[in-house]
Design a protein around this ligand. Structure first.
Ligand SMILES: Cc1cc2nc3c(=O)[nH]c(=O)nc-3n(C[C@H](O)[C@H](O)[C@H](O)COP(=O)(O)O)c2cc1C
Length: 369
């Protein structure tokens, strides 16, 4: 059994393995999570929610909190402008039965930061401590924090913030190995990431999680080797590639055949149909996922171009079926297989393929009063 394929306790919560899916705004909805769970994700999260929106019981935010009966374990993540408001929202989340609550202290989006939320919290280590403490006081669930190395490279304060998270007795700490001001083209700083996790571990018994540039089992192993983290959190690596969980757990390259790939795309489409009542929302959210799926086979650019203009999920189904019918069903998918493609993926920022209006966790409406 691989290292990652071992169970782990986050506080009193038993998680079946050590490969988690990150909360992904505009992406980690019920259909996406179900597919990732089917390929082995040990823990998944609802996309980031705004404490303000929860406290105002925004209809859209309540919709985002929906859980499928098959989801036996599910985390939720929130952020907010003060420890009190985050705690007020966490009290509500606790009652909704989420298994664990994560506090986002890493979101770099301007709108969020200007609202003193997300990575803005990193600037004030005292607030890091207060926020974890306040949430712990109102929730019986294991509480965690997800941070970055600091707000800027010059202002790296990961040691202080990791210490604060541990001193406030969080059950888990995730560190994304970049600062707020660094985009994806900046390499992951394993050294500072490792130091942060180690500092927390020295204080208390806490689950430490490494995040950043995990795209296959090789980079998962690198994260573990460089940082000694207990678990890893996959983010961009899961976009269009739920097989990444199987790959890391089984420690081998997993390249689905065309037939297996089509089966997942169609299943995802059917979960989407089942989950969203409003067709326009279902199609809008699905488009970018289909663009991500539409990689790794011959002439996939043609497929991607077609996907961009779909107006229904049925149309998408037809496009994928007829594309697949033209190729041998046992053709393996080469998602990326050389150094150049690996580098391209590491630098790739999905926001250029996302409709920001649909980026619900970080959109305007979740901050509406
Ligand atoms: C589309 C997208 C949405 C994201 N949404 C969230 C979020 O809601 N909460 C969060 O903590 N991080 C979010 N992130 C950041 C990732 O979880 C992760 O920290 C970052 O992408 C680095 O990991 P990676 O290099 O493996 O992608 C998001 C990233 C992407 C690409």
């Amino acid at each position: 059994m691989s290292y990652f394929n071992q169970p782990i306790f986050i506080g009193n919560l038993e998680v079946k393995n050590r490969v988690f899916l990150a909360p992904l705004a505009g992406v980690s909805d019920v259909p996406f999570r179900r597919i990732c769970q089917e390929y082995g994700a040990g823990l998944t999260y609802v996309e980031m929610l705004s404490a303000n929106a929860i406290n105002y019981r925004s209809h859209r935010t309540l919709q985002m909190m929906r859980r499928h009966p098959s989801e036996s374990i599910l985390g939720v993540q929130l952020t907010g402008p003060s420890a009190e408001l985050v705690a007020q929202a966490a009290e509500f989340l606790d009652k909704q039965g989420f298994d664990t609550i994560d506090i986002n202290m890493g979101c770099p989006v301007k709108k969020i930061v200007n609202n003193a939320s997300g990575s803005a919290i990193l600037k004030d280590p005292q607030r890091v401590w207060q926020t974890v403490k306040a949430v712990k006081a109102v929730s019986s669930r294991p509480i965690s924090a997800k941070i970055r190395l600091g707000f800027t490279r010059e202002g790296i304060n990961v040691l202080k913030n990791s210490q604060q998270v541990a001193e406030a007795q969080a059950a888990m700490l995730t560190i994304h190995g970049r600062t707020r001001s660094e985009n994806y083209s900046h390499p992951v700083d394993y050294d500072n990431l490792a130091k942060g996790l180690k500092t927390a571990k020295e204080k208390i018994s806490i689950v430490t999680v490494g995040n950043g540039n995990v795209f296959e089992h090789i980079s998962a192993n690198k994260m573990r080797a460089e940082t000694n983290c207990d678990a890893i959190m996959v983010s961009r690596g899961a976009l269009g590639n739920p097989w990444i969980f199987q790959e890391i757990l089984e420690q081998r390259r997993v390249e689905p055949t065309l037939e297996e790939w089509l089966d997942v795309v169609l299943r995802h489409l059917s979960y989407q149909k089942e989950h969203y009542e409003i067709k326009k929302v279902a199609v809008g959210l699905m488009k970018k996922l289909l663009v991500w799926y539409a990689k790794g086979f011959p002439s996939c650019k043609y497929l991607r171009d077609q996907v961009k203009s779909i107006s229904s999920l049925e149309e998408a189904e037809e496009i994928f079926r007829s594309y697949a019918a033209k190729l041998p069903s046992d053709l393996p998918r080469h998602f990326f297989h050389d150094e150049e493609e690996r580098e391209l993926r590491q630098n790739y920022d999905p926001k250029y393929e996302m409709d920001r209006k649909l980026d619900r966790g970080v959109g305007d409406d979740c901050l509406q009063k």
